[in-house]
Design a protein around this ligand. Structure first.
Ligand SMILES: [Zn+2]
Length: 338
């Protein structure tokens, strides 16, 4: 499942590709036919993400305020199997959606950026690219599309729940866990059930601290609980707990408020880097081994994730792995002993 930074990238890219345009909406699969027909011909008014949920407001006119009663919100959650596929002419790009990629990783970490990192659409096709490292290999944005007069929308491939078509390209949604229309109250109701998202300007760190402190579940599990904090997934939870030096097994109600705030403050910039580049890179440059061991390439971007048995980049202790709540959890038993 994509982590939250991917959904924020997607939101920014869709806004840049389609914002202010009247779109054609259809459901080639048929399962979202009623919803698509309600959206068809309406204007995309913006784009928002909260954790792993994408919210797209549509209205009859482009100058419509988002709180107008005639605004319809499309909510999409990709879940485990959802993905977007983009196709368009050479105007169909979103280069500004992400800003310039910040090269926090220097020369030694440069390999982490190979194959992309500068495109807003990188890593959106397929969803789990951060885990397998094939970002940018073959998506719409890394190819130069044809001239606008030569481009034709392709036939939908697979079971396309929703196709959004603008002047220069199409975005096809397949296999989402959720794809539904809501009014503003419906959006607010969904968001009330979600914990704060470190990538949102309106996020409230105190809500995270209060929720985590009220639970006996381990902090490793709580960081994956979208009702406690939104957007972090398996990589971010493992990496931030290492960076902050907290045992993933410590119960939430026994993690101090100060340490919870430190986790939050660590996650924000890590996730912003993910939004800017499409990559989850968490290793500080000083900790990247030089040279990078060929048998341990993950050491260039992750401290513990997927590094079972490898030496901890800070203390040399072998990285440990255990299955917790059906997900693989990675940590350093020395650096994260309490
Ligand atoms: Zn260590």
């Amino acid at each position: 499942m994509p982590e939250g930074h991917t959904i924020h990238r997607l939101a920014a890219a869709l806004d840049e590709l389609y914002g202010g345009q009247s779109l054609r909406a259809s459901s080639p699969q048929g399962r979202f036919a009623d919803g698509a027909s309600r959206l068809d011909g309406q204007v995309l008014l913006g784009s928002q993400a909260h954790g792993k949920h994408l919210f797209l407001p549509f209205g009859p006119r482009s100058d419509m305020p988002l709180d107008d009663a005639s605004v319809t919100w499309l909510r999409i959650h990709l879940g485990l199997y959802g993905s977007w596929t983009f196709d368009g002419d050479r105007e169909f790009t979103a280069p500004h959606a992400i800003g310039a990629p910040r090269r926090r990783v220097g020369e030694r970490g440069e390999h982490a950026l190979k194959g992309g990192g500068g495109s807003a659409l990188t890593g959106l096709n397929g969803g789990t690219s951060d885990a397998v490292g094939t970002e940018g290999a073959d998506d719409a944005s890394s190819r130069v599309g044809p001239d606008p007069e030569e481009w034709e929308p392709p036939e939908p491939r697979g079971v396309v729940r929703l196709r959004l078509q603008g002047r220069h390209g199409v975005a096809d949604l397949t296999g989402p866990a959720a794809c539904e229309l809501l009014d503003a109250e419906g959006v607010a109701a969904v968001r009330r059930r979600l914990g704060p998202d470190p990538l949102r300007a309106d996020a409230d760190v105190e809500a995270f601290v209060t929720k985590a402190r009220s639970r006996r579940k381990s902090i490793g599990e709580l960081l994956m609980d979208q009702a406690v904090i939104s957007g972090a997934g398996n990589i971010y939870r493992a990496e931030t707990l290492f960076r902050v030096g907290v045992s993933p097994f410590r119960p939430g109600n026994r993690v101090s408020e100060e340490r919870l705030r430190t986790i939050w403050e660590d996650l924000g910039p890590l996730m912003e880097y993910g939004v800017a580049t499409g990559f989850i890179t968490t290793v500080d440059l000083d900790d990247v081994p030089d040279p990078l061991p060929p048998e341990d390439p993950e050491a260039g971007r992750w401290y513990v994730y997927h590094r079972t048995g490898r030496p901890c980049l800070r203390c040399g202790t072998p990285v440990a792995e255990r299955e917790v709540a059906a997900r693989r959890l990675f940590w350093c038993p020395s650096c994260q002993s309490h």
